[in-house]
Design a binder for this molecule. Sequence first.
Ligand code: ATP
Ligand code: MG
Ligand code: MG
Length: 550
Amino acid sequence: KTNINTNFIKSIVTDDLKEGRVNSVVTRFPPEPNGYLHIGHAKSICLNFELADELGGKTNLRFDDTNPIKEDAEFVRSIKEDVEWLGFEWDGLFFASDYFDFMYEKARLLIRKGKAYVCQLNADEIRESRGTLTQPGKESPYRNRPEEESLDLFDRMRKGEFKDGEMVLRAKIDMSSPNINLRDPILYRISHTHHHNTGDTWCIYPMYAFAHPLEDAHEGVTHSICTLEFEDQRPLYDWVIQECETEHVPHQYEFAKLKLTDTIMGKRYLKQMVDEGVVDGWDDPRMPTVSGLRRRGFTPESIRNFCREIGVTKSDSTVDVKYLEHFIREDLKLKAPRTMGVLKPLKVVITNYPEGQVEMLDAEINSENPEMGIRQIPFSREIYIEQDDFMENPPSKYFRLFPGNEVRLKHAYFIKCEEVIKDEAGSVIELRCTYDPETKSGSGFTGRKVKGTIHWVEATKALPAEFRLYEPLVLPKQEDAEEEQSFLDRINPNSLEVVQGFVEPNMKDVAPNDKFQFFRHGYFNVDSKATTEEKPVFNQTVSLKSSFVI
Ligand code: ATP
Ligand code: MG
Ligand code: MG
């Protein structure tokens, strides 16, 4: 097993084990099933699972499903699929909603101890009475109601006697605490909402700050790792654990969220793009979701290596998305077969090649990994080349095809452009070339050199294919924008380009998620949804070039 880079959380856990503060480490990944997982979640998954794996501990997958309004069984399904695809096996699979009875009893314990009360202020009144950073809060008039009365009201809240928002259960902590999170936070609210797991059993639901520590305690989690925005809630986390007198005492640790350049990450925004039809679903290959990256052609290894290498820190920073792309190139370099595909075809007729003849040429499957062997590709009098590989009036330093110039066809022969055929509108529709049989690839020909090598496919046997090329979904914020730009105003209209071209005939049996390196075009993945028996669809994962310097 690969060692994870050392990070501050790993140091804490290692010390806790060494000093005997814990006997073994238990972590959890706690997604809320209100969307698909994204690459930021992948970072948290890798951190939690690899930490426990390496130190002989356990990791639970726990659905933090305490807010029924936004949750859905489809999200539960996709989250499980993505965690498994990333290569991790959870020890326990839990739903926070399975602990509702436990949480309810803990809430009653708090009331009995005089540490919680039912409050009938409305949401606005509670917000106002909470005060500000510079002003202490005001105590609720219900704060000192008898415990028996709170117990009775809480019981009746559960039985459904009150409407949404009529009352809440609040912790009784300190309305003048410098930490606003401790100014009598809400523990339970009324919500007459159907829940994907518990149905209509409950009409009161615990708040995150109360539920999360209890979920951790219930499962015996030792190190509860979350992102930095929860740092201010840690005192409340500890308060809940202490006052609820749980058997296990978990601790919370925070790290900085992953942010990527050119990438919108928050689930809320991703959902909006799905709902408004900006993309074709959560797994659109342009999305930074795990399922989108999978359809785009990223491998679990590339994502895990990326997450490991960016490390775990306490300060916010943004990682260049090119760094993620670097890891997929590295992973596929030796694995992906090389092939040729013409994205924007231009017909070439080789006038001195015998009519009706087709020869088979040998081509290495992966020049960087010779063990992958060779494939055979047909060659004949008619081929397709890339429109961009021909210019009638080229600038200097253009080494591809132009009238009178000779280039090398990869794995085949030198050809020379003799004639340009145009349609009535003046567009180039065909080239007439000659080839030199002496220059066959592999023949050891050294008679003369050419500067350009281009790719091609034989025209009569080529397989039609669709290629999908991508740019970032969202354009950068305009520095001089007068108003705060919504990200929906920054949607890139050119984020998807679909072209119809041709691939080698040996591609006819490709399977979804097969990966190839198309010569000069980069890495592509066979699309799992749009590919048909007749026509494969290839999603460009990354181009070949990287401007990223490590
Ligand atoms: P979002 O802000 O995208 O909606 P979330 O934090 O609300 O994400 P959860 O389902 O609550 O989503 O997240 C599950 C776990 O993943 C949490 O522990 C959370 O801290 C972590 N996580 C979420 N986003 C990131 C990120 N960008 N980088 C690292 N960890 C993240
Ligand atoms: Mg969350
Ligand atoms: Mg959220």
